[in-house]
Structures are given as structure tokens and as C-alpha cells.
Ligand binder design. Structure first.
Ligand SMILES: [Zn+2]
Length: 159
């Protein structure tokens, strides 16, 4: 799922949980877990795969890796900007957004360095959580799930 949706959803969960419980650690934990929750739904990605992008990065040829890197940076910055506009603009909200994309960060680190514990995480995140990735599900549904998560997040952040 795109970073923007993960970031918005994570910050919305963090904000809602903190507003309701006043427990900052609980809001961080749930913002983190929200990543796996969202990835359970069928979705579409703009990169072929993390492994593929890391391979391009390792090729050290800017022509290969710059397009992917550019997309990721635009995706990330749009997330930050949107949170700035729709949230109460508190540091912990941004922190929740960063925590919410940590699982994808761990996958990138795993593809770069192949660390044993991260390999296990990669299996969990890439294969178990993304079990719908190779199922035949239309683009319409794959986009609808992200749009729904997006709308719910904006709604929660504006409360
Ligand atoms: Zn993910």
C-alpha cells in the first residue's frame, strides 16, 4: 500500500487512541500495527516490488533507481504535507506516521543487508500479511480499499 495512506492512517489511529486514552505508548503501538492491518486488504502498489527497487538501487545507476526513488519521496512528502493540513499538527502525530511505515522500512533494510530477524519479518510482512497480493482482484477494489482508508483517516484527523 502507498506510504501516504499508511502515514495518514497511522497518524489518525495514533491521534484517536491518544485522544481517547491519553496513552502515548498505546497510540504508538497501534499506529505501528495499523500498517499490517491495512496491508491485509487488497491494494495496488506503484513499485513492482521492494526487492526490485533495491536491486535498482544496488546497480548504482541513477537512471535505474531515480524514478523509483522520486516516487517514494513524492509519496512520503505528500503524506507529511497532508497530515500538516488536516491534523492538529503535534509532533506525536508525525511520529505515528513514521512508525506506521516502519514495516516497509524494515523490508528495505532486509533487502539491502539480509539480517536474519528481518528475513523473518519480511516473510511475515511480505507473504503472510500480503496473502492477497497474487489473487485475482480487480484494480477497482485494490484502489477502493486505499481510498476508503484515506477518507476514514482524514475524517478521524479532522475530528
Ligand atoms: Zn507494507
Amino acid at each position: 500500500m502507498i506510504l501516504l495512506v499508511h502515514m495518514l492512517f497511522g497518524s489518525a489511529i495514533g491521534y484517536t487512541v491518544y485522544s481517547l486514552t491519553n496513552q502515548i505508548w498505546l497510540s504508538f503501538l497501534l499506529a505501528f500495527l495499523s500498517h499490517y492491518f491495512l496491508d491485509l486488504f487488497p491494494h495496488i502498489e506503484y513499485l513492482a516490488s521492494t526487492e526490485d527497487s533495491v536491486k535498482k538501487l544496488k546497480s548504482k545507476s541513477p537512471k535505474e533507481y531515480l524514478p523509483d526513488l522520486f516516487k517514494v519521496i513524492v509519496d512520503f512528502l505528500s503524506g507529511i504535507l497532508l497530515i500538516y493540513f488536516v491534523s492538529i499538527d503535534q509532533p506525536y502525530i508525525y511520529f505515528c506516521a513514521i512508525i506506521a511505515i516502519l514495516p516497509d522500512g524494515l523490508t528495505v533494510i532486509n533487502s539491502l543487508f539480509e539480517i536474519n530477524i528481518l528475513k523473518k519479518h519480511h516473510y511475515f510482512h511480505g507473504k503472510i500479511i500480503h496473502f492477497l497480493k497474487y489473487k485475482k482482484i480487480s484494480k477497482f477494489w485494490r484502489i477502493s480499499t486505499q481510498a476508503t482508508a484515506f477518507i476514514i483517516s482524514i475524517y478521524l484527523l479532522l475530528l
